[in-house]
Design a protein around this ligand. Structure first.
Ligand code: 3PG
Ligand code: MG
Length: 397
């Protein structure tokens, strides 16, 4: 990555304002953090800054409070978790800008860590408001962007603040760009992309960009239904993106022309309802009943996909291949995750729900790289420029 990083600036004794992505999943009922990997992923930068004697001021969003204070989305729970992991106290501010926060920042000593309140409690964060960015900038001497998961947002704390402070990348941002960039530019072959999740529309630019670069595209999950429908299969009650049918047909044709092997399920698990008590059956894709919906890949598909994946040297996986949240429909996703974890090749896992699956199954350490970015990793692999990265200065040549 040719961007300036924390290593390129002197931080000792300075107020270093770090944008992190602490947008962690919370338990709906208890509000407890269910996966703290995004917090852990920021530790290299945070620990480095503490070790260098900086005053560390962290800022993040959590959820989508839409410009209002939502008590359930306060960052205190994150500060508490970070403090436990770091083994040192982490202060929490009651807001992210203003006189009170400025006073709190002025009282920091070298090595202290302070977490500002949820940036998205202010509507100006998402509109990319310049005065809001300036108010944030008053809290620091240097800005570090380590929020890869939010780098695709042109928000005040991400791409606007860089106009007001010397700005550099953190270690997580650097690692993400290097790992994801490497599979785009220099993948060991054969290279497969395994895609699942509900919708094609979320992944379309990524699919278009990666199609000419991969040897295999394997499609599972809800999005497989639209591909099957485009091939005139009966898909029963499965969710179909009708506006994507032409796109699916065009991508199928393009794959043939470019000799990219595009694989769809040959059998699927179907159910009459989306519950763990649903009655399920396995059917070939030509025989999906009109009154059922696809909920997972079938065993033949799993073995067919596994056979191809075993020969690959680089695999990018994004999106569960079945309705993973319902245990009865999680088998395909679990088998794929277990397979990838044991292949010993370059396995790169997209963020969001795919990362959550891999973390929940305790397999993250066995993958080559698990991205912390859901939308951000898709946009990056879609060849789009990420505002958060673009806004950082290049390394001096
Ligand atoms: C994410 O979880 O995708 C990032 O934190 C960005 O959040 P957003 O999709 O609400 O902008
Ligand atoms: Mg998102």
């Amino acid at each position: 990555m040719n961007k300036m990083t924390v290593k390129d600036v002197e931080v000792r004794g300075k107020r270093v304002l770090v944008r992190v992505d602490f947008n962690v999943p919370l338990d709906e009922k208890s509000g407890a953090i269910t996966d703290d990997n995004r917090i852990r992923a920021s530790l290299p930068t945070i620990k480095y800054l503490i070790g260098q004697g900086a005053k560390v001021i962290l800022m993040s969003h959590l959820g989508r409070p839409k410009g209002k204070v939502v008590d359930e989305l306060r960052l205190a729970v994150v500060a508490q978790r970070l403090s436990g992991i770091l083994g040192q106290s982490v202060g929490v501010a009651t807001d992210c800008i203003g006189a009170e926060v400025e006073e709190l920042v002025a009282s920091l000593r070298s090595g202290d860590v302070l977490l500002l309140e949820n940036l998205r409690f202010h509507p100006e964060e998402e509109t990319g408001d310049a005065s809001f960015a300036q108010a944030l900038a008053r809290l620091g001497d240097i800005f570090v962007n380590d929020a890869f998961g939010a780098a695709h947002r042109a928000h005040a704390s991400i791409s606007v603040i860089t106009s007001y402070l010397p700005s550099v990348a953190g270690f997580l941002l650097e690692k993400e760009i290097e790992n994801l960039g490497n599979i785009l530019e220099n993948p060991a072959r054969p290279f497969a992309s395994l895609l699942g999740g509900a919708k094609i529309s979320d992944k379309i630019s990524m699919l278009e960009n990666i199609m000419g670069k991969v040897d295999f595209v394997l499609i599972g999950g809800g999005m497989a239904a639209t591909f099957l429908k485009a091939k005139s299969c009966e898909t029963g009650l499965s969710l179909i993106e009708t506006e994507m049918l032409d796109t699916a047909a065009r991508l199928t044709e393009r794959a043939e022309k470019e000799r990219t092997c595009l694989l769809l399920p040959v059998d699927v698990v179907v159910a009459d309802e989306l519950s763990n008590d649903a009655k399920v059956e396995v059917v070939p894709v030509e025989k999906i009943p009109k009154d059922k919906r696809i909920v997972d890949m079938g065993p033949q598909t799993i073995s067919h996909f596994s056979k191809e994946l075993r020969n690959c040297k680089t695999i990018f996986w994004n999106g569960p291949v079945g309705i993973y949240e319902i245990p009865q429909f999680a088998r395909g996703t679990q088998e794929i995750a277990t397979l990838l974890a044991n292949l010993g090749v370059n396995t790169v896992i997209g963020g969001g729900s795919t990362a959550e699956v891999v973390n929940e199954m305790g397999l993250a350490d066995k993958m080559s790289f698990v991205s912390t970015g859901g939308g951000a990793s898709l946009e990056f692999l879609g060849g789009e420029k990420l505002p958060g990265v673009e806004a950082l200065p290049d390394k001096a040549s």
